[in-house]
Design a protein around this ligand. Structure first.
Ligand SMILES: Cc1ncc(COP(=O)(O)O)c(C=O)c1O
Length: 467
């Protein structure tokens, strides 16, 4: 016997499969034993391996057949939809600006700053120190490490203008603000209940709300923020008790509410005995202006404030804070405990280490000028290369430009055309809780290869003109 090993038989059979039409019957195991002069066990092992690679399929009692070369028959999971019933949300994580493009494309789509904009040296040494600290092995309190709670409370207290300033016990540490949003919507709004949201707004907030079964009620919001009169009417009409908003450098519009508007909106919220969920996601990304939290003026528990460090410290240190008082805080904490128990003490210790180093503030100052240069380069590149894309507001902070595109734009096609030409854009992300107000594209100026913004704008412009 020649005694071919099963891997040699696999290779020989692959050649036969490659040259056969899909559905061709393979010789019987007995013939293969004879042909390869191998034992029946070795031949069986080779057939099993080919089957696991999806190259052949055995039909019991009939024989073994080739599949189309290298392509597996698509799996059929359709039964799962029948079993699960209707989906809570049609927004999928795939249609989000999270992942980086797999090839060497330019990118204007990603929502997190590239590593070059992060305090990388601070993060690396903080993680090292945290790994040697007690937090690496201990179970932190459910609300978070007291020192980190104190840091978040102090940051907000420094901007407070109300008579009550936040304290450490008002702070709940969360594994990112996305978790905070999910907890708030699930524990304070609940399935089937209305939630007012700016339109457009952050896709992840819409996803979290729909996932909690909440009914989304849009409140139109543009470069000047929402209209307080319209907000008041929406509260009256819907009976909603909560409004989710981003008063500073909103994602995606870039809008920052004036001090007067902040006061008016807070008055509307108070009058309706409601909550405002203030997502201060871009607190560390001021450019000409700084983020002034509306929560700083709240002394009666109407504002639930969320601030995250995932974008400014590191996307790997998923640490954020929800700051609120009263029964709302207790319910959010209970929900968080049900979902995740607590946030890793190791991550909390590392995040606290970063933001308490003197070099943190130096980093934030340099970030301001880097963001300013990137934003301006992208704006001038778009102006020169893609004048069809109109910018309604030059944001004074944040990471994004919100572009209005011609009405006839097919966003899916635009996304595909750009990707083919080497540019990833977030054209298919849905920022609207109901019907979109037009054709819009959010472009992010915090991604990699910012020196190539002119080329990115050229690709976008050409794709727009080819529609
Ligand atoms: C407005 C807004 N809120 C919340 C988040 C979620 O951030 P985190 O990483 O803290 O969960 C994002 C991330 O893109 C965001 O843009």
């Amino acid at each position: 016997m020649n005694n071919d090993s099963s891997s040699q038989i696999v290779e020989k059979l692959k050649k036969i499969i490659d040259s056969s039409a899909p559905g061709t019957r393979l010789p019987s195991t007995r013939s293969l034993v004879t042909e390869f002069q191998a034992s029946p066990v070795t031949v069986q092992k080779a057939l099993q391996s080919l089957s696991m690679q999806g190259l052949i399929e055995s039909r019991p009692g009939i024989g073994t057949f080739t599949r189309s070369s290298g392509l597996t028959r698509p799996a059929d999971y359709s039964w799962q939809s029948t079993a699960l019933g209707s989906a809570r949300t049609r927004r999928t994580a795939a249609a989000t600006p999270l992942g980086r493009p797999g090839n060497d494309s330019l990118s204007l789509h990603h929502g997190y700053p590239e590593p070059g904009l992060l305090p990388s040296r601070l993060v690396r040494s903080a993680v090292n120190r945290a790994s040697r600290s007690e937090s690496a092995l201990a179970c932190p309190p459910p609300g978070g490490l007291p020192d980190l709670q104190r840091w978040f409370a102090r940051e907000l207290a420094e901007q407070s203008i109300g008579s009550v300033t936040p304290t450490a016990k008002d702070v709940i540490i969360m594994p990112g603000s996305q978790s905070g949003l999910s907890s708030i919507f699930a524990s304070l709004v609940g399935a089937g209940q209305p939630l007012l949201v700016e339109s457009p707004t952050y896709w992840g907030a819409l996803l979290a709300a729909e996932n909690a079964g909440v009914q989304l009620i849009p409140v139109s919001s543009g470069p000047n923020g929402p209209d307080p009169v319209e907000l008041s009417k929406a509260f009256d009409r819907s009976g909603a008790r909560m409004f989710y908003a981003q008063p500073n450098f909103a994602n995606p519009t870039g809008a920052q509410w004036t001090a007067a508007l902040k006061e008016q909106i807070l008055a509307v919220v108070r009058r309706h005995s409601a909550f405002l969920v203030e997502d201060d996601w871009a607190h560390d990304f001021g450019i000409e202006s700084s983020s002034i939290p509306l929560a700083a003026a709240d002394d009666s528990g109407h504002v639930i404030y969320i601030r995250s460090l995932t974008k400014s410290v590191s996307p790997s240190l998923r640490v954020a804070a929800v700051i609120t008082r009263g029964p709302a805080r207790d319910r959010i904490l209970a929900n968080t405990a049900a979902e995740a128990m607590y946030v890793s003490g190791l991550l909390q210790a590392a995040a606290l280490d970063v933001v308490t180093q003197p070099a943190w503030n130096t980093h934030l100052r340099s970030l301001r000028s880097q963001l300013s240069a990137r934003r301006d380069l992208l704006i001038s590149s778009l102006h020169a290369e893609a004048p069809e894309a109109q910018l309604e507001l030059v944001p004074q902070g944040g990471l994004n430009l919100w572009l209005r595109l011609p009405e006839h734009t097919d966003l899916k096609l635009l996304t595909q055309d750009c990707l083919r030409a080497g540019l990833a854009i977030a054209g298919e992300v849905n920022w609207f809780p109901a019907e979109p107000a037009g054709k819009y594209l959010r472009v992010n100026y915090a991604g990699e290869r910012s020196a190539e913004f002119p080329e990115a704008a050229r690709i976008l412009g050409e794709a727009l003109r080819s529609q």
